[in-house]
Design a protein around this ligand. Structure first.
Ligand code: ATR
Length: 288
């Protein structure tokens, strides 16, 4: 007697992708891509790929040789991936890190960084009226995430970006490297004057994340129309967002950035630009 198998199996021509990192067990990407693969009925698979940093180069070559379509690269391998790529997108070069690798048919390794894209697309979806060119942005933090956000905001035409970071030198170094006259380094903690005419406030630090200290910030003086967003998404509503919401500011949480940054990779590897929906948000947040 034949029984119906209740789930999809792979064929001999399945497309393969995954996420490389160390550790990778915390990654939500397999669940996220898995949802889209099922939703669009695609013959493909997206796997967690725990790879120790010392094995990174070999693993990347092997995945190419195994016929993978591509991989996402996460901490601590985002910078390590740069010299392994035969071609880098302009944004990957400017951000100085790669999070999305595609193996071209001719064997070339193509590196891209979609973090800034994810950041902007999340704001566009959740706050469609935002006009990035209409006022200054205040960015807290000067790490890798900040860099992706800065490059993306500059590309959207923001007239000024004020960066505040605990380690002031790091903010200066970042501003010097990106080398755009619209970037200004301001005090940490923020002076109220730096918030007075802001269009947007972004937290790119790890403060406010589960297990990390709280972000202490006084939003007094921030226009009530200013959008406040956090790249931290665990918890979804950080203290910063709760404080902003309470005083009437529009807020956007950080989960959408994670979901949207995954779109370009999925599109290249599996052929469909997937949708970010409330159901997807719920699915990614629910326990495995
Ligand atoms: P990522 O690549 O995720 O941005 P990172 O490069 O480690 O991570 O950067 C973390 C950011 O959070 C930095 O801006 C860091 O400030 P410093 O440059 O001064 O280290 C900020 N951060 C982390 N812990 C902090 C704390 N306790 N107080 C203030 N800022 C903090």
């Amino acid at each position: 007697m034949t029984s119906r198998i209740p789930y999809r199996t792979l064929s001999g021509t399945s497309r393969l992708a995954g996420v490389m990192g160390w550790p990778v067990s915390h990654s939500k990407s397999p669940r996220l891509h898995g949802y889209w693969l099922a939703k669009y009925g695609i013959d493909g698979s997206y796997m967690p790929l725990p790879v120790e940093p010392k094995n990174f180069q070999d693993a990347l070559k092997s995945l190419r040789n195994l016929g993978f379509s591509g991989v996402n690269v996460t901490i601590p391998q985002k910078e390590m991936a740069m010299p392994e790529c035969d071609e880098l997108s302009d944004r990957a070069r400017r951000i100085g890190a790669v999070n999305t690798v595609t193996f071209a048919k001719d064997g070339r390794v193509l590196g891209d960084n979609t973090d800034g894209f994810g950041f902007i697309e999340n704001l566009r979806q959740e706050a469609p009226d935002i006009d990035f060119a209409s006022g200054p942005a205040v960015v807290l933090g000067a790490g890798g995430a900040s860099r992706a956000v800065l490059v993306a905001l500059l590309d959207e035409g923001v007239p000024e970006i004020r960066i505040a970071n605990r380690t002031r030198k790091r903010a200066y170094d970042l501003a010097t490297e990106i080398n755009d006259p619209r970037i200004k380094v301001v005090n940490w903690p923020l002076d109220p004057a730096d918030l007075a005419d802001a269009l947007l406030v972004v937290n790119t630090t790890s403060l406010g994340m589960v297990g990390q200290p709280k972000l202490e910030i006084d939003l007094e003086g921030l226009p009530k129309t200013a959008l406040v967003t956090d790249i931290v998404y665990a918890p979804l509503i950080t203290d910063l967002l709760a404080q902003a919401k309470k005083r009437g500011n529009p807020v956007v949480d950080g989960l959408g950035m994670l979901l949207h940054q995954a779109r370009p990779g999925f599109h290249r590897w599996f052929g469909i630009d997937p949708e970010v929906t409330p159901e997807l948000r719920e699915f990614v947040l629910s326990p495995d």
